[in-house]
Structures are given as structure tokens and as C-alpha cells.
Design a protein around this ligand. Structure first.
Ligand SMILES: Cc1cc2nc3c(=O)[nH]c(=O)nc-3n(C[C@H](O)[C@H](O)[C@H](O)COP(=O)(O)O)c2cc1C
Length: 205
């Protein structure tokens, strides 16, 4: 299949993006979603661990259940697609051979695996979840920008009960759920974004 070209460059998408909470009924083609997800999955992570996992939810009954877990937020049910971004550090640590660069072989590879296992050995489950969530927000940023670039509206969400979301989807109890993302073709313009000026947040030394 021929690749769909992004509509917007990174800067235009960043300037134009705003949260969208009302969507057209049109379904989002799976090919388009795959293209966005493949590009977003290029996001970097510490040790290249890529502890993020994504559930693509399109089933109406599952979206309805997720809406309830998200304190009734209507856009969770009404969006044609909801992405559940979760993080599973245990799965990542159990499969280090998947993420260590193929160019690193032999003793160096073993040493790298041991160093990574050591780094997490003393970390409790809550700290592991927080660490993996932090990495997953890098992916979330990529994702939001790419969705905008491809003409899709979206809203990221933290307003949900992660334990209920995990139960609905059958996710492992040790997983973190850093965000839900409702997405689809926009049926509203959204509020103009309001941001701190550069001078307020950037220090030069
Ligand atoms: C991590 C995160 C969690 C958020 N949670 C919610 C949410 O639960 N419900 C919602 O409607 N918007 C949510 N938002 C959207 C923010 O309110 C919104 O991004 C912010 O006000 C800036 O507006 P803009 O996205 O239109 O620029 C969340 C955004 C982020 C990044």
C-alpha cells in the first residue's frame, strides 16, 4: 500500500493542535492508524526499553465501558477510536533481547542486559510504574503531534480509574496506564490553546 503523506509538517502541527472532544462519525481507516502508530513508535526511551504498549479500541461496548471508567467523559464513547496507552516494564525487562541493538553482541550484550536488570532490581512496583509512565509520555507527545499532522483530532486523558481500565481490557495488574487518547475526524474546532510564553519557562545561561 502506498504511504499516505502527512498533511502538516511538525511545526505547523504543533502550532495548530488543540484538544478535540467532538468527532465526526466517519471511521478512521486502519491503514492510516497504522501509519501514525508506526511513526509514533519511533519515540526514544531510556535504555531503548520501549515499555509502552497500546490497545486500539473501536468496539462500541468496550468504549462504553471505558467511558464509565473515565468518569463518564462522553468523548471516550463517541470517538471512533480510543487508544489505551499502557506501560509494562516487566514485559520489557523479560524481553531485553528485543530492544538491545543487534549491533551489540557477545560480552557487551550480556553486560548491557545485566546493567539494565541491576538498574531496576531495587525499584519497587510503584516506582517502576512511574518510571515506565514517564517514558510512555514521550510516545504520547509524538502521537498527539502525528495525529494532528495526519488531520485527526484527539484529546489525551488522565481522568480515569486505571484499575477499572485494566480490568475492562484484561491488562496485567502490574501495568501502568499513563493515558487514554480519544481520536477521530474533528467535528469542532476546539478552544484556542493558551500557553506560557517562552520567557516564563526557558532559562538561558
Ligand atoms: C496528560 C493529560 C491528561 C489530560 N486529561 C484530560 C481529561 O481527562 N479529560 C479531558 O477532557 N482533557 C484532558 N486533557 C486535555 C488538557 O485539558 C488540554 O490538553 C489542555 O487544557 C491544553 O489544551 P489543548 O490541548 O487544547 O491545547 C489532558 C491532557 C494531558 C496532556
Amino acid at each position: 500500500m502506498e504511504a499516505t503523506l502527512p498533511v502538516l509538517d511538525a511545526k505547523t502541527a504543533a502550532l495548530k493542535r488543540r484538544s478535540i472532544r467532538r468527532y465526526r462519525k466517519d471511521p478512521v481507516p486502519e491503514g492510516l492508524l497504522r501509519e501514525v502508530l508506526e511513526a509514533a513508535l519511533r519515540a526514544p526511551s531510556a535504555w531503548n526499553l520501549q515499555p509502552w504498549r497500546i490497545v486500539v479500541v473501536r468496539d462500541p461496548a468496550t468504549k462504553r465501558a471505558l467511558r464509565e471508567a473515565a468518569f463518564g467523559q462522553a468523548h471516550v464513547e463517541e470517538a471512533p477510536v480510543v487508544l489505551v496507552l499502557y506501560a509494562d516494564l516487566e514485559d520489557a525487562l523479560a524481553h531485553l533481547d528485543e530492544v538491545i541493538h543487534p549491533g551489540v553482541q557477545g560480552e557487551r550484550r550480556e553486560a548491557q542486559k545485566q546493567a539494565i536488570q541491576r538498574a531496576f532490581a531495587a525499584m519497587g512496583q510503584e516506582a517502576r510504574k512511574a518510571w515506565a509512565s514517564g517514558q510512555s509520555y514521550i510516545l504520547l507527545g509524538y502521537l498527539l503531534l502525528l495525529l494532528e499532522a495526519y488531520g485527526l483530532g484527539s484529546v489525551p486523558m488522565l481522568g480515569f480509574d486505571p484499575e477499572r481500565v485494566k480490568a475492562i481490557l484484561g491488562l496485567p495488574s502490574h501495568a501502568a496506564v499513563p493515558a487514554l487518547v480519544a481520536l477521530g475526524y474533528p467535528a469542532e474546532e476546539g478552544y484556542p490553546s493558551h500557553r506560557l510564553p517562552l520567557e516564563r519557562v526557558v532559562l538561558w545561561r
